[in-house]
Design a protein around this ligand. Sequence first.
Ligand code: NDP
Length: 488
Amino acid sequence: MTVQENITGPLTTESGAPVADNQNSETAGAGGPVLIQDQHLIEKLAHFNRERIPERIVHARGAGAYGTFTLTRDVSRWTRAAFLSEVGKQTETFLRFSTVAGNLGSADAVRDPRGFALKFYTEDGNYDLVGNNTPVFFIKDAIKFPDFIHTQKRDPYTGSQEADNVWDFWGLSPESTHQVTWLFGDRGIPASYRHMNGYGSHTYQWNNAAGEVFWVKYHFKTDQGIKNLTSEEAAVLAGQDADSHQRDLRESIERGDFPTWTVQVQIMPAEDAATYRFNPFDLTKVWPHEDYPPIEIGTLELNRNPRNIFAEVEQSIFSPAHLVPGIGPSPDKMLQGRLFAYGDAHRYRVGINADHLPVNRPHAAEARTHGRDGVLYDGRHAGAKNYEPNSFGGPAQTDRPLWQPSAVSGVTGDHEAPSHAEDDDFGQAGTLYRLMSDEEKERLIANLAGFIAQVSRDDIAQRAIENFRKADADYGKRLEAAVQALRG
Ligand code: NDP
C-alpha cells in the first residue's frame, strides 16, 4: 500500500476545539460514572453511529477508479456530443465496478453480473453510461425489476438466497434465458475487474449537428484479455480474500499498470429500427455483429485511485438520465425505468445534494441551477437569484433539447413492446450456447445443474430446464441429465 496521507496539528472536536484527552472519558471521580458534559465522547459515539448510509439495493459492493477516455475516431457524422467532437480529445472519467446481488461486505469473486458504471466529466456536464459486463439483461421491462431482485436477494422467511425463488422467477420469465446462459458460462465470474468487458447494454440515441438520429450500443473490450475463474477457483478465492477484485484494481493502478479498454460502438440508422429482425430496444438481445459491425472509437484508461472509498465510491452516483447534448435515451423499457430509478435511489441514499459532492459534480463544466437548500447544501450560487425567468442576467434555458424527439402513435395501455420478425426468448441464448467450446458447455451445464438441483419442487426445476431446451435441444438434454444425476 503506497498511499498515506497525514493531517498534522493537535486533535480537535468536530467544531475545532482542541481535545485534551482521547483515551479516558470524563467521569465523576476516578471510579465514578461518565459525565454527559464530555462533548468529545458524545460527539465521537454519535458520529460513529451515523457513519453508514443505506447501501445500494443493487450493486452495493463496488470499487472505483478515475481515468481518461481518448477519442480515436471521428464520430461527428453520428453525434454532436462535444466530448466526442475531435480525434485525440481526452475526457476525465470515473468508473465504478460492482457485483449486483451481494451486500456491501460480500465477496468479490462470485457468480454475478458486474456493474460497469462510467461517468464522463464532459464540458457539457456529466455523461453517465451505467452499464454491465454483459451486453444483455434478465428482463426487458423495469416493472419486473423489483420482483426479479427480490428473488436474487434474501428470502423474507429464511434470510438466505433461495434456489426455489431464483429458478421460479427465471423459469416463469423465459426472456431471462439468454442472460442466464451468459451468467453461468465462463464469463459469469471474471478473474478481476480488469479482465472483463463492459457494455452500455441499452440502446441509446445519438444525434448529429444536422439533427439526424442514430441508435447506438457501446462495447468496452478489455485490453488485458478476458480472464475468468471457475466456480471452484472462485469459491476458494472468495473465502480467502473477500476484497480480491477491489484489491487487484487498486494495486494495479498503484504500480502504474493502468488497465485499458478499447471502446467500440454499433451504429444503427434510425430508419432501420422499425423493420430490423430483432426489436433493437429489447435489453435481452444483442445486435449480432454481422448486422452492425463494432466500430472502434476510443480508449479508456484507468489511472488514478480514489483517495477515500466512502466519499468517492460509496457516495458516487450514476444515472442513465445524466445525458449531454448529442446523446439521448431510446424507448427501451428497462432504460426508461432506470432513467427514474437511479436518481431516486441516490436522492434517498445520499441526499438531494448528492450531485454536488466532489466525485459527482461536473469537473469540466459548471452546474448552474435554481435548486437551493436541502440537507448539506453547500451555499453554491450564494445570494444569486434563484428563479427564472429573471431580469438579473441569471442562467436561462437554451431552447435546444439534448436529443431529437421521437414520433409516437397508438393508444395508452400496458403494452408488450412491438414484436419483430425474429424476436423470441430463446434464439440468441441458443446462439451463445453454440459458440461455446465443448469444455465451456460442460462447465455451463455443471454450473446450472448444481444450482437447479437445489430447487425443492420438480415443476419449478422442469420449467427452468424447458427454457434451455427451447434455446437448443442439446443444451436442454444435457442439462436435464445433469440435474437428474445430481438429484438421484
Ligand atoms: P459474433 O461471433 O460476432 O460475436 C460473439 C460475441 O460473443 C463476441 O462479442 C465475443 O466476445 C462474445 N463471446 C464469446 N464467448 C463468449 C462467452 N463464453 N460468453 C459470452 N460472450 C462470449 O456473434 P454475434 O454478434 O452474432 O453474437 C452471438 C452471441 O454472442 C450472441 O447471441 C450473444 O449471446 C453473444 N455476444 C454478442 C455480443 C454482441 O454485441 N453481438 C456481445 C457479447 C456477446 P469477445 O469478442 O470479447 O470474445
